[in-house]
Design a protein around this ligand. Structure first.
Ligand code: NAD
Ligand code: UDP
Length: 319
C-alpha cells in the first residue's frame, strides 16, 4: 500500500512510519517540522520506499495514496498554546485538506483525535458516546475545539461524500522520541529525575491520566485503520489510571534519583481525571495495551538518558 502520514516526523508519526515501512508499505511523510524533526526518521531515510515532503497541512496538497493518517498537529500544551490560531488552522484546514484529497482519490483517512475532546470529563471512565465538558474560551480550547471540529468535518464528509473515514481518540501516549522540551509530564519528570533537579508537580498531584506506551498505540492505530467494521470514534489508550503524584514517585524510583518533589500552580483548565473506556477497541480490534508503565517507562528513561546531559531545563507551562 501507499500510505501518507501527515505529521510523520513527530513523536507518534515517526513510530508509525517505522512500523509501516517494516510491514512493507511505501510511506510518504508530509510535515512542516514545527514540532517534529528529521532526526526522528533519520534512521529510515535510506529506505527508498520512504518519501519526505516539507509542507504545511494548512495548504492543499495532491498525492496518490491508499491510506492517509492525519497526525499533523502539535500535541503538547506548551507547543499548541504558543500559537493558538495556528493550532486551530492546523486542525481545521488540515482536516479539510486531508478529506478533500481522500474524496478526490478515494483514499481512506484516519484522523488523530484526542481524549481532549472530553475536556474535564464528568463521566468516568470516558466512553466514546460521552460528548465531553470542554471550555471553548480557555487556553486549551485551540486544541480541544480544533480537534472537535476536525471530528465534525470527518463525519460530514462521510455523510455527504461517502469518504472512508476513521476517527481515533488517542489518550496520553509516551515513549522514546518525545521531545525533551515538550513540557509533558513524562518527559519533564524523567529529565528532572535524571538531572537530580526538583520534580515539578502542578497542583497537588491528585489529577489522573492513563498512559499508553507508543508501540501499543501504533498497534491500535493500524488495526483500526485496517478494519471495516466501524468508522469510530474509537478510544485508543491505556485504562491503567495513575495520579500524577504516583507517576513522580515511580519515575524517582526507576531512575534511582535524589530529586525531591516541588508543587507548582495547576495550569488553567487542567483536566482532573482521564481514563479511556476501551471496550470498543477490545471488541472490534481485539486490542488492549500490553506494555505496562513499569515496562515502558524504563525504555523511555534509557532514551532520555543521553539527552538529559545535552539539553537545558525541561520546558515550563505558559501561565
Ligand atoms: P508531535 O508534536 O510530536 O507531532 C506532530 C507532528 O505534526 C510534528 O512532526 C509536526 O512538525 C507536525 N505538524 C504540526 N503542525 C503541522 C502543520 N501545520 N503542517 C504539517 N505538519 C505539522 O505530536 P505527537 O505526540 O506525535 O502527536 C501526533 C498526533 O496525535 C497529533 O495530531 C496529536 O494531536 C495526536 N495525539 C497525541 C497524543 C499524545 O499523547 N502524544 C494524545 C492525543 C492525540
Ligand atoms: N504536569 C505536572 N508537571 C509537569 C508537567 C505536567 O504536574 O512538569 C501535569 C499537568 O498539569 C497535567 C498532567 O501532568 O495534569 C499531564 O500533563 P501533560 O501536559 O503531559 O498532558 P495533558 O495535560 O495534555 O494530558
Amino acid at each position: 500500500m501507499k500510505i501518507l502520514i501527515t505529521g510523520g516526523a513527530g513523536f507518534i508519526g515517526s513510530h508509525l512510519t517505522e512500523r509501516l515501512l517494516g510491514e512493507g508499505h511505501s510511506v510518504m511523510v508530509l510535515d512542516n517540522f514545527h514540532t517534529g524533526s528529521k532526526d526522528n526518521i533519520l534512521h529510515l531515510l535510506d529506505d527508498n520506499r520512504l518519501e519526505v515532503i516539507r509542507h504545511d497541512v494548512i495548504d492543499p496538497y495532491r498525492l496518490e495514496v491508499d491510506y492517509i493518517y492525519n497526525l499533523a498537529c502539535p500535541a503538547s500544551p506548551i507547543h499548541y498554546q504558543r500559537n493558538p490560531v495556528k493550532t486551530v488552522l492546523t486542525n481545521v484546514m488540515g482536516a479539510i485538506n486531508a478529506l478533500n484529497l481522500a474524496k478526490d482519490i478515494k483514499a481512506r483517512v484516519l484522523q488523530a483525535s484526542t481524549s481532549e475532546v472530553y475536556g474535564d470529563p464528568e463521566m468516568h471512565p470516558q466512553p466514546e458516546r460521552y460528548w465531553g465538558n470542554v471550555n471553548c474560551i480557555g487556553p486549551r480550547s485551540c486544541y480541544d475545539e480544533g480537534k472537535r471540529v476536525a471530528e465534525t468535518l470527518m463525519v460530514d464528509y462521510y455523510r455527504e461524500n461517502q469518504v472512508d473515514i476513521r476517527i481515533a481518540r488517542i489518550f496520553n501516549t509516551y515513549g522514546p522520541r518525545m521531545r525533551p522540551d515538550d513540557g509533558r509530564v513524562v518527559s519533564n519528570f524523567i529529565l528532572q529525575a535524571l538531572r537530580g533537579e526538583p520534580i515539578t508537580i502542578f497542583g497537588d498531584g491528585s489529577q489522573t491520566r492513563s498512559f499508553c506506551f507508543v508501540q501499543n498505540l501504533i498497534d491500535g492505530l493500524i488495526r483500526f485503520m485496517e478494519q471495516e467494521e466501524t468508522i469510530g470514534p474509537m478510544n485508543l489508550g491505556n485504562p491503567d489510571e495513575r495520579s500524577i503524584k504516583d507517576i513522580a514517585e515511580l519515575v524517582i524510583k526507576l531512575t534511582d534519583s535524589s530529586s525531591k518533589i516541588v508543587y507548582k500552580p495547576l495550569p488553567k483548565d487542567d483536566p482532573t481525571r482521564r481514563r479511556p473506556d476501551i471496550s470498543q477497541a477490545r471488541d472490534v480490534l481485539n486490542w488492549q495495551p500490553a506494555i505496562s508503565l513499569e515496562e515502558g517507562l524504563p525504555q523511555t528513561i534509557e532514551y532520555f538518558r543521553p539527552l538529559a546531559r545535552r539539553h537545558g531545563a525541561p520546558a515550563k507551562m505558559p501561565r
